[in-house]
Write a protein that binds this ligand. Structure first.
Ligand SMILES: Cc1cc2nc3c(=O)[nH]c(=O)nc-3n(C[C@H](O)[C@H](O)[C@H](O)COP(=O)(O)O)c2cc1C
Length: 222
């Protein structure tokens, strides 16, 4: 069982968010998972320019590190999103990465995985950012087992105080992968998104026959 955290603070190893995500991964490791952290800042992520080139074959016109990250997401059974709160939203680094996932969302290449999300903030927006991160997981077809935000208020010790909760979240994620986890509300949302994306997959059938066939095999078309 592999669990991958994608971390979007530019403060890399000094980051409170990274520390919180590390606790989640440690909890998952206790439950038997092999874990990995991707610091987005160490990777080249070119902003999406809406050229729609990827809609022909899933390949972006820019050569950077996003395909490597997506490949690691595909290999993982569980995905943790981790972002600091910037102006009551996710960090710019995280958002640039998410924008590059539009094709993975449309074609549901990560569907069936489980995930969770964490955020840290000084004061505001933590719960909203966790909800957004989990919403993006649902867009990807990933079912979230929950999330955790910490309002550190400038006190680094606050993140340490959340260690037990973060480890429990990681154990829950590993447990969902091992034993399954159902959430009818998220499943309904994911199915609704698929209803919307189906038209695109059908329209591009001649360009992307393998994706079309995967949708047929999954029972999402037909
Ligand atoms: C550009 C920027 C914007 C921020 N916006 C907010 C904000 O809207 N609300 C808030 O309470 N804290 C805000 N903060 C504080 C961070 O959310 C907080 O320090 C967070 O724990 C940083 O996480 P990190 O150490 O992982 O980078 C902001 C910090 C930066 C650098």
């Amino acid at each position: 069982m592999k669990i991958l955290a994608i971390h979007g603070s530019p403060r890399t190893i000094r980051s409170s968010t990274r520390k919180l995500a590390t606790f989640v991964l440690e909890g998952a490791a206790e439950a038997g998972a092999e874990t990995e952290m991707i610091d987005l800042c160490d990777f080249r992520v070119t902003p999406c320019t809406a050229c729609e080139g990827c809609s022909f074959n899933g390949i972006c016109v820019y050569e950077d590190d996003v395909p490597v990250i997506v490949a690691r997401m595909k290999e993982a059974d569980g995905i943790v999103f981790a972002s600091p709160v910037y102006i009551d939203n996710i960090s710019g680094q995280m958002k640039l990465f998410f924008d590059r996932l539009a094709d993975a969302i449309h074609y549901q290449v990560l569907a069936g995985k489980y995930g969770c999300s964490v955020a840290t903030t000084h004061t505001s927006g933590g719960d909203e950012v966790v909800a957004y991160l989990n919403h993006v997981q649902n867009y990807l077809g990933v079912i979230s087992v929950g999330g955790l935000s910490v309002a550190a208020g400038g006190n680094a010790g606050t993140v340490d105080a959340a260690e037990a909760s973060a480890r429990a979240l990681g154990r829950n994620l590993a447990g969902a992968i091992t034993n399954g986890f159902s959430d009818p509300k998220q499943e309904e949302e994911i199915a609704g998104n698929r209803d919307f994306f189906r038209a695109l997959v059908e329209e591009n059938r001649d360009f992307r026959p393998e994706d079309y066939q995967r949708w047929v095999q999954m029972g999402w078309i037909g």
